[in-house]
Design a protein around this ligand. Sequence first.
Ligand SMILES: C[S@@+](CC[C@H](N)C(=O)[O-])C[C@H]1O[C@@H](n2cnc3c(N)ncnc32)[C@H](O)[C@@H]1O
Length: 274
Amino acid sequence: MNKLTAFNLTPDEFDKIRKLIHKKAGISMSDAKRSLVAGRLRKRLVALDLDSYEAYYQYLKKDQTGEMQRFIDLLTTNETWFFREERHFEYLTEFLQQQPKAKSLNIWSAASSSGEETYSIAMTMAETMGVTSPWNILGTDISSRILDRAKKGIYMKSKIKGLSSPMKRKYMLNGVREFEDYLAVVPELRKKIKFQPFNLITSPLPTVKFDIIFCRNVLIYFNQQHKKEVIHRLASCLKVGGYFFPGHSESLHGLYDELKAVAPSIYQKTKRSS
Ligand SMILES: C[S@@+](CC[C@H](N)C(=O)[O-])C[C@H]1O[C@@H](n2cnc3c(N)ncnc32)[C@H](O)[C@@H]1O
């Protein structure tokens, strides 16, 4: 048998690993995820020349080599695309059209993954407010590997999903020579965004208050308690009257009374956080 297929993740080992990812990232994993976890971590066992998942777990617990970050990178799901859940961007456009151009606006894309969501927000801002107006976006994610991709803002043409031709022409540059299969986000938009690591469960909150927070398609990985904590934490960073956008399958029902539903999967903060 080839070494790559020889490892068996026992229920015991899986249990330890899922407790660890839950502790580090808040991600809850059901029994059904055992083979997915085994598959994603197998290459680390090979790279580190370890002979079992137990040995990998012990190695991780020492965490002397940045392995914990690699572990988190491997166990997070980063699927995303441009203008995902389009209705959010239509709502954002309608809201922005009512704002004075000179109004300073802070937006947070709080699980930005590889940046498609963040750049979609930036394109929407540029379309409605202009690129030079005083708006800024913070893009954050727990995965450092995925944030590196977000910072670069370079996407393979064949893998770009959701971005219309007019938007591509306006906000993306065609790669040349070895980059001819890629498009890069224009520097004017990239300048408006700061990407940085942030763990929704444990990182200290930013001191700035936001007008809009996107936190989409990540709450589904958390248990009820963590969902509640994350929503409270993020809501405390919203200005009164500010908007919170979770993913369309992530209801906040019963989790936080001070966020009032104003449209499907769009909430507005009604009171100062206590
Ligand atoms: C499925 S992607 C969603 C991307 C984008 N928001 C969207 O809706 O298309 C989920 C992202 O959440 C990030 N994530 C998972 N747990 C996290 C945590 N505890 N703190 C911050 N980000 C986390 C993952 O790294 C991943 O990039």
